[in-house]
Unconditional design. Structure first.
Length: 129
């Protein structure tokens, strides 16, 4: 059963994930799974390109009304969050793959402008957990 997003921030997050999936698909990645969830964490997107699995966290922000004091979305990647992601990735690898697998963790930041209906995508690759 797909997740139902109700709050404005959840809807912005869902839109950001949709844009991130389109970005990855455009760059020849295959989306394997979205919102892989365990009680200790969630992986927004699991993608594959060649023999490598990419675990992708998506951080989205609506840029309308943003000031210079606003926190950048990637600054929400605190150590506790990274620890939960690491555990969730380990669980995914154990559950869904057989044996050794090459994988990478990336962050995609999606900056939205709802007024102009535009988005800017920035990818930070190979984050060490």
């Amino acid at each position: 059963m797909p997740k139902v997003f109700t709050s404005k921030s959840q809807k912005i997050g869902e839109l950001g994930e949709d844009i991130a999936c389109k970005y990855l698909t455009k760059h020849e990645y295959t989306i394997s799974e979205r919102n892989y969830t365990k009680k200790w964490g969630e992986i927004d997107i699991v993608a594959q390109k060649g023999q490598k699995i990419y675990f992708v966290e998506v951080k989205s922000q609506n840029q309308v009304g943003v000031t210079h004091e606003t926190i950048r979305p990637e600054e929400n990647m605190h150590p506790k969050k990274l620890q939960r992601l690491s555990r969730t990735i380990q669980t995914y690898v154990l559950e869904k793959t057989s044996g050794e697998v090459d994988w990478q963790f990336d962050l995609i930041v999606v900056l939205l402008n709802e007024n102009k209906k535009t988005a800017h995508v920035r990818r930070i690759e190979n984050i060490i957990l």
